[in-house]
Design a protein around this ligand. Structure first.
Ligand code: NAD
Length: 481
């Protein structure tokens, strides 16, 4: 059985305790590898390695740092088939999705920040004729990056790449549920010539290895993506140490469909935005509001489309819906479907555990569910489910739908479907959300600010926002004589 290792000081090493956790393949429900159950002593070693690498890495010319990161990007792209297969096996997502989305994006993350760092400009402010200011942006030192299981390499690299590009050294922890591609990345980094200690990857549990990174006094900043409760716990520990914090948290995103939407495009993309990656994307639109005139037609078309989705072995190229990440998560999703029924919802399609025959008969599959008839204030419509479950709600007016859309504690993303340009601007402006897509979904430009409001997070990733997060500004004011 494969044994995953930590990556510390440029070497692949076992956890100091020699203890491991089981790593499951969601599509079969079977254990297929072992993950280090690292503790504070492994994190200590990783921090020490990162501290000793910092001086040299932060003084490495930008062109050289950039070249190593570009080489990592190239090697990820070159290994796309193996990495996609590993990502699919670890998460349960279709291998076709990992090949089309997860791995190319991980490669792009390195490429993007390796290139961006070459184009950074420092600000300068002239104070009348009296003085001139310029702002230096130095790397912070050792930073911590902690990521979730849903888009493992994609989100892991989204943090690591800007941190390294800006000249920091990193101690990172992927989710214990999906460690495999981060492990494979360790080897890629070694082969690409990343100096030892610049990136250190410690595997293990959140409340053990993750907490040790957050608590460590030498770790200057934490970039975290995951659940809102975990984000609150991290903030509680990190804030009294005055660490910089970037928290990308949960969502309960509205999809707002006006009757003048482009029908075919809308249907196609709304189905994707609801159920891509089995609904396990923080950006998935799980509350679908449809204007009354269109409600029944759109509902029926969406139900037909979702019924035609193929649930199956993630290895099969034509599988559309793979397995959920863990048995515990599957049970949580099924319990929300039961809750929706208890709250008076009508299940229009799906909502049962699916048994996929053959190799996957013990896998954690759930049929994508569409539910109607629920009030926008009920728990099903307020709490994050993070699975293949959406609700449909009719609305009449813009005011009404904006009130419903803004009614949850979350505010990550929203999508709006209309051909009316003025309305698109108006509604976008009024949505309490960090991201709004109009007539599209998950169309990403890596230069744009990414993040949420309310309980969906604090801070922004992407472009300059990420490079600013991972640097400390220092203003120098020179009096003109
Ligand atoms: P999670 O919060 O359980 O875990 C995320 C990471 O934090 C894991 O690596 C975990 O081991 C670690 N962790 C857990 N407890 C910790 C602690 N006390 N200290 C330090 N680290 C700790 O989240 P998850 O279940 O892996 O991911 C699903 C959640 O992530 C959903 O809520 C989803 O919306 C959110 N998410 C948000 C975004 C975004 O960009 N806003 C993107 C993807 C996922």
């Amino acid at each position: 059985m494969d044994q995953i290792l930590n990556y510390i000081g440029g070497e692949l090493v076992p956890p100091k305790s020699s203890t491991y956790l089981d790593n499951f393949e969601p599509a079969t429900g079977a254990v297929y590898s072992q993950v280090p159950d690292s503790d504070a002593s492994d994190v200590q070693a990783a921090v020490e390695a990162a501290e000793s690498a910092f001086q040299a890495w932060s003084h490495t010319p930008v062109a050289e740092r950039s070249a190593v990161l570009l080489e990592i990007s190239r090697r990820i792209q070159e290994s796309i088939a193996d990495l996609a297969e590993a990502e699919s096996r670890d998460t349960g997502k279709p291998v076709s999705l990992a090949k089309a989305v997860d791995i190319p994006r991980a490669s792009k993350n390195f490429d993007f920040f390796a290139t961006a760092i070459k184009h950074v400009e420092n600000e300068s402010h002239q104070t009348d004729r009296e003085a001139i200011n310029y702002t230096l942006r130095d790397p912070l030192g050792v930073v911590g990056c902690i990521s979730p299981w849903n888009l493992p390499l994609y989100l892991f690299s989204w943090k690591i790449a800007p941190a390294l590009a800006a000249g920091n050294t990193v101690v990172a922890k992927p989710s214990e549920l999906t460690p495999m591609t981060a492990y494979l990345l360790s080897q890629i980094c070694m082969d690409a010539g990343l100096p030892p200690g610049v990136l250190n990857i410690v595997h293990g549990l959140g409340n053990k290895a993750g907490a040790a990174i957050v608590e460590h006094p030498a770790v200057k900043a934490i970039s975290f993506t995951g659940g809102t409760n975990t984000g609150a716990e991290i903030a509680r520990v990190a804030a009294p140490q005055f660490k910089k914090l970037s928290l990308e948290l949960g969502g309960k995103n509205p999809t707002i469909i006006f009757s003048d939407c482009p029908h075919e495009d809308t249907l196609e993309t709304v189905a994707r935005s609801a159920f891509s990656n089995q609904g396990e994307i923080c950006l998935c639109g799980s509350r679908i509001y449809i204007q009354c005139e269109l409600y029944e037609d759109f509902r029926d078309d969406l139900v037909d489309k979702v019924k035609a989705m193929k649930i199956g072995d993630p290895r099969d190229e034509d599988t559309n819906q793979g397995a959920l990440v863990s048995q515990q998560h599957m049970e949580k999703v099924l319990s929300y479907i039961q809750l929706a029924k208890d709250e008076g919802g009508r299940i229009l399609t799906g909502g049962q555990r699916e048994i996929v025959s053959g190799r996957c008969e013990n896998g954690w599959f759930v049929q994508p569910a569409i539910i109607e008839g629920l009030d926008h204030t009920c728990r099903t419509n307020q709490e994050e489910i993070f699975g293949p479950v959406v609700t449909l709600t009719p609305f009449d007016t813009e005011d009404e739908v904006i009130t419903m859309a803004n009614s949850t504690p979350y505010g990550l993303s929203a999508s709006v479907w209309t051909e009316n340009l003025s309305r698109a601007h108006r509604v976008s402006q009024r949505l309490a959300s960090g991201l709004v897509w109009v007539n599209c979904w998950m169309l990403r430009d890596l230069r744009t600010p990414f993040g949420g409001v309310k309980q969906s997070g604090v801070g922004r990733e992407g472009g300059w926002e990420a490079l600013r997060f991972f640097t400390e500004p220092k203003n120098v004011c020179i009096k003109l004589r």
